[in-house]
Design a protein around this ligand. Structure first.
Ligand SMILES: Nc1ncnc2c1ncn2[C@@H]1O[C@H](COP(=O)(O)OP(=O)(O)OP(=O)(O)O)[C@@H](O)[C@H]1O
Length: 243
């Protein structure tokens, strides 16, 4: 994917979440956003996904210039897959129906096609045996995997994952991270925010460190984590590792 973010500012009331942030990447496959809490990771991810618009500056993702046009943004959002920290499955619907419903209502697939795509996604992620269960009958990790299956069932242009494991215990975190790694290896473009440093290092081809609404540094993980000249490596890593 190609990203061109130029001097973007985003405010919420008196809080400046992004403060003239710029980022330019010409061929990222997996971009991981890391940094201290409140630094602006989620806000940037939401802007890149078309869920928010900037107060100032410009955002371009691949050929999409994300301007404050509701119809265009909705169209853009539909091409992307999203998963957030909190499980956001419909509690009264089975795992399978959680996947088929948006395929029908958002993407306009007829029920038979939606069913076929859902079965493929459930099968791909080892979830067929859970297809008829309600979210409350699944573990947190399984729920996140259903959420990911839903987000990729229609082959999204970009998969946006906002701290997908932060509500999970370590064992469940591992099973979700493994699945994300599989998707990355299969060629899915991904933008992900996380506090999982080991995972960022393993899965990212670019890691952007965001603090106080700005990109401090954006590099391939080896450069960011290992290189002595990396300011992030020196100044912030020990702080972030605590999360
Ligand atoms: N909807 C909102 N309303 C008000 N303030 C917001 C909103 N969203 C974000 N903020 C504020 O903007 C700043 C950046 O928040 P953001 O969620 O982007 O940071 P983050 O790096 O993702 O943090 P965390 O790691 O804790 O999720 C914070 O000060 C936050 O309180």
């Amino acid at each position: 994917m190609k990203l061109e973010v130029d001097r973007v500012t985003k405010r919420y009331g008196a809080t400046t979440a992004l403060d003239g942030l710029s980022l330019s990447l010409t061929s990222a496959r997996v971009l991981v956003l890391i940094g201290p809490s409140g630094g602006g990771k989620s806000t940037l991810l939401r802007l890149l996904g078309g869920l928010e618009t900037a107060d100032a500056g410009t955002v371009q993702v691949n050929e999409h210039r994300l301007v404050a046009n509701a119809a265009e943004l909705q169209n853009y959002r539909r091409q992307n897959g999203f998963l957030f920290q909190q499980f956001n499955l419909f509690p009264h619907l089975s795992a399978r129906r959680n996947i088929t419903l948006p395929l029908e209502k958002v993407h306009g697939h007829p029920p038979a096609k939606a069913h076929e795509l859902a079965e493929q996604a459930l099968d791909r992620f080892g979830l067929l045996k859970h297809a008829d269960k309600l979210p409350s009958q699944l573990s947190g990790g399984q729920q996140q995997r259903v959420g990911i299956a839903r987000a990729v069932a229609f082959s999204p242009e970009i998969l946006f994952l906002d701290e997908p494991t932060s509500a999970l215990d370590p064992e469940m975190t591992a099973e979700v991270l493994e699945l994300i790694q599989e998707l990355a290896e299969a060629g899915q473009d991904i933008i992900l925010s996380t506090h999982e440093m080991g995972f960022a290092r393993a899965v990212a081809d670019q890691v952007a460190f965001i603090a106080a609404g700005k990109i401090e540094e954006c590099r391939p993980p080896a450069g960011l984590f290992d290189s002595p000249e990396s300011a992030v490596c020196q100044r912030f890593l020990s702080k972030v590792m605590r999360y």
